[in-house]
Design a protein around this ligand. Structure first.
Ligand code: DGT
Ligand code: CA
Ligand code: CA
Ligand code: ZN
Length: 592
């Protein structure tokens, strides 16, 4: 195969995605280079990245001049994109990677470590990586840098701890893994020798951070598969190349293990490699108790040492059934009582994607950060077959992204007009209200009451003490115009720790006021977290699973939200957006 400009990327979408990732990395490293996220160059890369994401144009055949004609793409960025499409790399980016190796650049993710500080850390103290930084913190050296003090040292220390960066193992936020894994699985599934393929491990269990990616392939031709794996565009360095297993690193340093198994053993294999280890052990114990043997090749009945008969192996469902258990959804397989619950028929009927009838946190370009029109956003929701949809653009208190009352009134008219074209889907004029530092909300209470549905969320003041954060949330929950609380802590997994609250108090307030708790399906958020969902479920708090979409490409987040809810053992009946429109609207009305 030759690398003509058109053959490097299989599809227009592949090319756009890779270009966007390249631009994002350029923006990140240029922020370090220029010591400011506000620099002209950084803004240019960010704008171009958004433009590429929003555009449906095939970038591959465009000349540099053609690329520069795209809205939001400047001339200099256009020539970098062209170079990337032609060669797979960009000189400028390679130079930046040299200057700022990944383990150093990653330190910029720690709240309290800005680009200026980071450079000073390296120039003054020789800090190159997390380990160096931790040592400098222990030796109280950071406070000797300009603008830093003992308080900044403490802030950085606690951020390292709360982000889970402290341990030896280097885990990656699920948001940085899912896209890569889905892409590899899709590509492998197109290979003629692949019978079935699935990602397993912590990713299939929808963990928040991922150690490595485990992909299992069913095929009778392992050699073909191993060759196809090392040819994947994501492979940066092959670590292990065996006859049925290949391990490699992606350019972002993520490890991927791909294993090939016989098609007849696919169920047993994906069950084993999905884990968790604790779940596997509980299942194997159950097998032993029944005189059976369970391993990655199947479930066997043993009639003497060398004589084993296969009981089940082809599908996971078949193995659970043979173990006399209900099927346990992967996100619940954490060894936290799910096997015992399935044994005594106490396993809840958890929410599934097919139960979802509406999205209740949904933006349009009425919001400063929204990127698709009202018409397109509503059409996309309609394609999902939803029977109701709350359009919740940002309230006025959210600086540049919010809308004034007059703008909202005009927006309402547009929504009402659009309703006529969608007889099967009820459109609700909604709002994402901002919870202020003291729990105050946008607009005056009379106008707030005109929204047909609201989600109230924290977007600022992340550093208040726990007690104040708790009080702040409870004040919002008690407001009669609030139907739900969006992304509870405001965290970005692995990047921003989110507010600290007293969960018992907040969940009790949700119950007392009959306000729903959102499970936000954006992968960087997954907020409320699954452990909080599980606590909420135990108390009987109502839930709502949303995508918080700002673009028509983001509706798939519903699946991630559902899996996070499953991880929290959320039963269908507690999820308000699984209810019929009639039941749902009755609940909304009872609050107002
Ligand atoms: P990670 O990669 O740290 O995010 O977490 P996992 O769960 O993906 O763990 P990984 O990649 O080490 O192993 C994948 C699965 O393989 C794991 O969930 C269960 C299974 N497994 C690994 N080691 C053992 C073991 O020693 N015993 C049993 N029963 N299963 C294991
Ligand atoms: Ca893994
Ligand atoms: Ca692994
Ligand atoms: Zn939102």
């Amino acid at each position: 195969m030759t690398d003509t400009p058109d053959s490097r990327f299989n599809s227009s979408e592949d090319a756009a995605r890779a270009v966007k990732e390249m631009l994002d990395e350029l923006a990140r490293l240029t922020t370090l280079e220029e010591e400011s996220p506000q620099s002209f160059k950084v803004r240019a890369y960010e704008k171009a990245s958004l433009a590429v994401e929003a555009s449906t144009t095939d970038l591959r055949p465009l000349s540099a001049a053609g690329l520069a004609r795209l809205d939001g793409v400047g001339k200099s960025t256009a020539s970098k994109i062209r170079q990337f499409l032609d060669t797979g790399s960009v000189d400028k980016l390679e130079a930046l990677r040299q200057a700022y190796p990944r383990e150093f650049a990653d330190l910029a993710k720690i709240p309290g470590v800005g680009p200026k500080t980071l450079k000073a850390m390296r120039n003054e103290l020789g800090i190159q990586n997390l380990e160096d930084l931790r040592r400098a913190l222990d030796e109280e050296q950071i406070r000797t840098l300009p603008r830093m003090g003992a308080a900044s040292e403490n802030k950085i220390k606690s951020a390292i701890e709360r982000l889970g960066l402290g341990g030896k193992d280097n885990r990656t936020p699920v948001a940085d893994v899912m896209g890569v894994a889905e892409r590899m699985v899709e590509r492998l599934s197109e290979h003629p020798s692949v019978v079935d393929v699935r990602y397993c491990g912590s990713l299939r269990r929808m963990a928040e951070t991922i150690g490595d990616v485990d992909i299992t392939v069913a095929s009778t031709k392992p050699d073909d598969i191993m060759a196809a794996v090392v040819a994947l565009p994501d492979v940066d360095e092959v670590l292990l190349s065996g006859s049925t297993k290949t391990s490699f690193l992606t350019s972002a340093g993520l490890q991927v293990d791909v294993r090939v198994v016989e098609p007849g053993q696919f169920g047993a294999a994906i069950m084993y490699f999905t884990g968790s280890k604790a779940h596997n052990i509980a299942l194997r114990q159950r097998a032993i108790d029944r005189g059976l043997l369970l391993n990655e090749y199947g479930l066997f009945a043993s009639a003497g040492d060398d004589d084993q008969t296969l009981v089940a192996a082809e599908t996971e469902a078949g193995i659970y059934e043979a173990l006399d258990l209900k099927f346990i959804p992967p996100p619940m397989r954490e060894g936290t009582g799910e096997v015992a619950a399935a044994d005594s028929d106490d396993l809840p009927e958890v929410i599934e994607r097919k139960h979802i009838r509406g999205d209740l946190h949904y933006h349009t370009d009425r919001s400063g950060d929204g990127r698709s029109s009202l018409e397109d956003m509503v059409a996309s929701a309609n394609d999902q077959g939803y029977s109701y949809l709350a359009i919740t653009d940002h309230g006025e208190d959210l600086a540049i992204n919010g809308s004034t009352q007059a703008e909202m009134e005009e927006h309402r008219d547009k929504i009402n007009q659009l309703q006529a074209s969608y007889p099967k889907m009820r459109l609700l004029f909604g709002c994402e209200l901002n919870i202020g530092p003291d729990g105050g909300l946008d607009y005056d209470p009379d106008f707030r009451a005109e929204f047909e549905y609201t989600v109230a969320s924290v977007h600022s003041h992340f550093d208040l003490p726990k007690q104040e954060q708790t009080r702040r949330l409870i004040a919002a929950i008690e407001d009669p115009t609030v139907n739900s609380i969006g992304h509870l802590t405001g965290r970005y997994i692995g990047r921003r720790p989110g507010i600290e609250i007293d969960y018992d108090e907040v969940l009790a307030a949700l119950i007392a006021n009959d306000v729903a708790l959102e499970v936000n399906g954006a992968l960087q958020r997954l907020d409320a977290a699954s452990n909080v969902v599980r606590k909420a479920v135990d108390m009987g708090v109502k839930l709502v699973i949303n995508t918080d979409s700002h673009h028509t490409s983001e509706l798939g987040r519903m699946e991630y939200g559902v899996q996070t809810a499953q991880r929290g053992w959320a039963p269908r009946q507690l999820v308000v957006n699984s209810w019929t429109e009639k039941k749902f609207m009755k609940w909304v009305a009872s609050r107002r």
